[in-house]
Design a protein around this ligand. Structure first.
Ligand code: AR6
Length: 183
C-alpha cells in the first residue's frame, strides 16, 4: 500500500528521495516552483536549465516532453536534505478551466513521475501542486486527481511507499486538506 499525505512546506528542502518539478515542455525553469528548484539545486537557475535540457536529450532523444513523459536530473545541492533526484513532469495549462481532458493530462503527468520513481527504486516522493500555479488549474481538482492517481498506482508500486503533496502556502494547504475531507 502506498501512503498519500498532504503537507505544508517548501519542496526544495523536503526530505523525500525524489522531488517532482512542475515543469514546462522545454524544461525552461523560468518561474514558480521550477525556478525555485533550479536555483536551489544548482545555485543558479540557468545552469540547472542547461543540465535539464542535456538530460532530456540523453533520456528522450528530443528537445521537449509531452504529458506523461519525464526527465530525471541529479539533486545536486538538495542532497543535503536527503533528496537524490528531481523528476521533471509537465501538467496541463488550464487558465481557470477544468474538464476531463485537463484531468487526464494531469493524471498522466503524475503517473509518469510515480512510475519513474518506482523505476529508480526509491521509497518516498514529494510533489508540488502541479498546474495549480501559473498554469491556472483549480487546486481542488488537482488535489482530488492526486489522490485518485496515487490510489490507482498502489496496485503496481514496487518500491514507492510514501507520496507527499507539498503545499507552499498555508491557504493552499487548508484548501487541500478540506477538499479531501481531512480537516
Ligand atoms: N514548494 C512547494 N510548492 C511551491 C513552491 C515551493 N518552493 N513554490 C511554488 N509552489 P507553478 P504550474 C507551488 O506555477 O502551475 C513554471 O514557470 C505554487 O504555489 O510553479 O504547473 C514552469 O516552468 C503552486 O501551488 O507550476 C512552467 O512554465 C504549485 O507550486 C509553469 O510554471 C505549482 O505552481 C508551470 O506552472
Amino acid at each position: 500500500m502506498v501512503s498519500f499525505e498532504i503537507v505544508r512546506g517548501d519542496i526544495t528542502r523536503f526530505p523525500a528521495e525524489a522531488i517532482v518539478n512542475a515543469a514546462n515542455r522545454y524544461l525552461e525553469h523560468g518561474g514558480g516552483v521550477a525556478y525555485a528548484i533550479a536555483k536551489a539545486a544548482a545555485g543558479n537557475a540557468r545552469e540547472y536549465i542547461r543540465i535539464s535540457k542535456e538530460a532530456m536529450r540523453e533520456q528522450l532523444g528530443k528537445g521537449s516532453i509531452e504529458h506523461g513523459e519525464v526527465v530525471v536530473t541529479p539533486a545536486m545541492r538538495l542532497e543535503k536534505y536527503g533528496i537524490r533526484y528531481v523528476i521533471h513532469t509537465v501538467g496541463p495549462y488550464c487558465g481557470g478551466r477544468w474538464d476531463e481532458n485537463k484531468k487526464e493530462k494531469l493524471r498522466k503527468a503524475i503517473l509518469g513521475a510515480l512510475r519513474k520513481a518506482d523505476e529508480l527504486g526509491i521509497r518516498s516522493v514529494a510533489f508540488p501542486a502541479i498546474s495549480a500555479g501559473i498554469y491556472g488549474c483549480p487546486l481542488e481538482g488537482v488535489v482530488r486527481t492526486f489522490k485518485e492517481v496515487v490510489e490507482g498506482f498502489s496496485t503496481e508500486a514496487m518500491s514507492v511507499e510514501r507520496v507527499y503533496l507539498v503545499l507552499y502556502s498555508e491557504r493552499d494547504y487548508r484548501t487541500a486538506v478540506e477538499t479531501l475531507g481531512l480537516g
